[in-house]
Design a protein around this ligand. Structure first.
Ligand code: ZN
Length: 541
């Protein structure tokens, strides 16, 4: 009996000197399309317990930037959990052109597995070339740790869950997964799908949380260059109906997906998974990755200066607050590490720039226009006799895939075609730079933008010629886009809070690829292989 007091004294002593117990739960929150600028501009309108909880209790890095060229959802979610860029993890884009199959493929397509909860091509992390921080955690604990990724997008959930975790994502009105992860949907997921949660928003109205602040901060609500979003219209109030106000049609789910209500559903799914899987309460560290896609859909359609983006950020702030409160009740925030970041920012809508700053050069170019330019350049140079110039097989984002068969039939060496196109694009508006794949493979010789392209490059998946647009130019015919190595796309929040983190504001230059090695260090597990990111030592106790 005498030993009891000394045992408690030892526990008290260890607690006092700060011998760290491993955290019970790591929560990685990725806000899809969320430039750091949103935090700067909108913080005065946040509540106490959402972003401000993280900013006050955590380490906030005010200069976190991606260093690669092509900022897209899939490559950057892979980077968040592997700690490296596309040239090592292999996920170069959301879609790339498969030269053998002669078709565009989704980065998480997997013909060897089947969908659970829907039909169509199976999905898995098969194309991800490296293990993630979550995989390393499971390796260390003999698969005792659970690693779960959820999102409204397949790529975000799948890539964050890594090779050995479990991913669930939302397709229209159904939470789905694939046979890569399990044989059938768990009963609690099927129950979630049957609960009516996807239908309960039909006819509801998305109104502004803080219209006075929006009027002060944002562009006019009815800007003609907003693309409006699927079934939503351009101005508040947005009624969530779709194209038939009498009944639910597929277009309703499109409208729901483009509204803040879809993030409410995602976090409700998060709570269901939490309860069913007992995350963070099983005596071993678990990891929960949440990819909130709503800001991406709204940001593309309405642009970063819109009423809709401001309102969605305020609603996201409230959603985070209630989720943190849920975590506190079930696991205790002191037992968690929360890391929040984003996959990319967003360019202002070019027409908005032209309106507010007529002297600034801004604009857009579509994939078809790039293809037309490339065909013209190569036809002129090589005087092709073919009546239909088919030099280009495909343009996806900033990757141009040449038509090797056609070029060969004209007896033109493919290298010559690549080089001519590359050198010509460099002189044509609105291209800022262009590189051929042989050049990118010799990364040492490249200039600053070329080195960024090299970090995005993976031989079997990238184009033959890759370009970068001039600042304030975007790809696509409407709304706005991301995918260029400029500050509005690369600069994102990086905030970590919880056990072992030293609160503060850190202005040194860091990158979201530092999150994976920093989590590994805190968890005392091996880094994911081929680490490029650094441990954020300055923010550790
Ligand atoms: Zn996007």
């Amino acid at each position: 009996m005498k030993r009891l007091p000394s045992f408690y004294a030892l526990v008290l002593f260890l607690a006092t000197i700060g011998i760290a117990q491993p955290p019970k739960l790591v929560v990685l929150i990725s806000l899809d399309l969320f430039p750091y600028d949103y935090i700067e501009r909108f913080q005065p309108y946040f509540g106490e317990n959402g972003f401000n909880y993280l900013l006050k209790n955590g380490a906030s890095f005010t200069n976190a930037r991606y260093e690669h060229a092509y900022l897209k959802t899939a490559p950057d979610h892979a980077s968040l959990v592997t700690g490296v860029y596309s040239h090592l993890h292999g996920i170069t884009a959301n879609h790339w052109y498969d030269r053998k199959k002669k078709q565009t493929v989704n980065c998480v397509d997997d013909e060897t597995v089947m969908m659970l909860g829907s039909t169509g091509m199976g999905r898995s992390p098969r194309n991800l070339k490296l293990t993630t921080v979550g995989d390393m955690l499971r390796l260390r604990t003999g698969n005792q740790s659970k690693v779960v990724g959820i999102s409204s997008k397949d790529r975000s959930a799948i890539l964050m869950a890594g090779k050995t975790g479990t991913a669930y994502w939302i397709e229209d009105s159904v939470v789905v997964t694939s046979t890569y992860y399990m044989k059938s949907l768990p009963p609690y997921i099927s129950a979630f799908n049957r609960s009516g949660i996807f239908e309960q928003y039909f006819g509801q109205t998305w109104t502004e949380v803080n219209p006075l602040a929006a009027a002060k901060l944002c562009d006019t609500d009815d800007a003609w260059y907003e693309s409006g979003g699927p079934g939503l219209g351009r101005t508040f109030p947005h009624r969530i109906i779709g194209n038939d106000f009498t009944r639910i049609t597929p277009s309703y789910y499109g409208a729901l997906d483009g509204s803040p209500f879809s993030a409410e559903i995602l976090l409700a799914l998060g709570r269901s998974i939490f309860a069913a899987e007992s995350l963070g309460t099983r005596g071993v560290t678990d990891m929960f990755c949440i990819g909130i896609s709503t800001p991406d859909i709204i940001g593309h359609s309405f642009g970063p200066n819109s009423h809709e983006v401001f309102d969605d950020v305020l609603r996201t702030d409230s959603l985070l607050a209630s989720f943190f409160s849920f975590l506190d009740t079930h696991v205790g925030l002191d037992n968690c590490i929360i890391a929040l970041s984003s996959d990319h920012g967003i360019a202002p809508i070019p027409e908005y720039i032209k309106k507010t700053s007529p002297a600034t050069d801004a604009g857009r170019i579509t994939a078809d226009e790039v293809s037309t330019i490339a065909n013209r350049v190569l036809s002129n140079r090589f005087r092709a006799r073919s009546s239909i110039p088919r030099w280009v097989e495909k343009v996806i984002d900033c990757d141009i895939y040449l038509n090797a068969g056609f070029i060969d039939s004209l007896h033109v060496p493919i290298d010559s075609a690549m080089h001519v196109l590359r050198d010509s694009l460099r002189t044509i508006h609105p291209f800022a730079a262009a590189y051929s794949r042989d050049q990118v493979a010799r990364a040492r010789m490249l200039d600053t933008l070329g080195k960024k392209v090299a970090l995005s490059y993976y031989a079997l998946r990238s184009g033959d010629v890759m370009f970068i647009l001039k600042p304030f130019y975007v790809t696509g015919s409407e709304g706005t886009n991301h995918g260029q190595p400029y500050d509005y796309d690369t600069h994102v929040p990086l905030i970590m809070t919880g056990r072992g983190i030293k609160p503060g504001v850190y202005a040194n230059n860091v990158s979201p690829i530092d999150i994976a090695p920093t989590l590994s260090y805190i968890l005392k597990i091996a880094f994911p292989p081929n680490r490029e990111g650094n441990v954020l030592m300055e923010a550790l106790k």
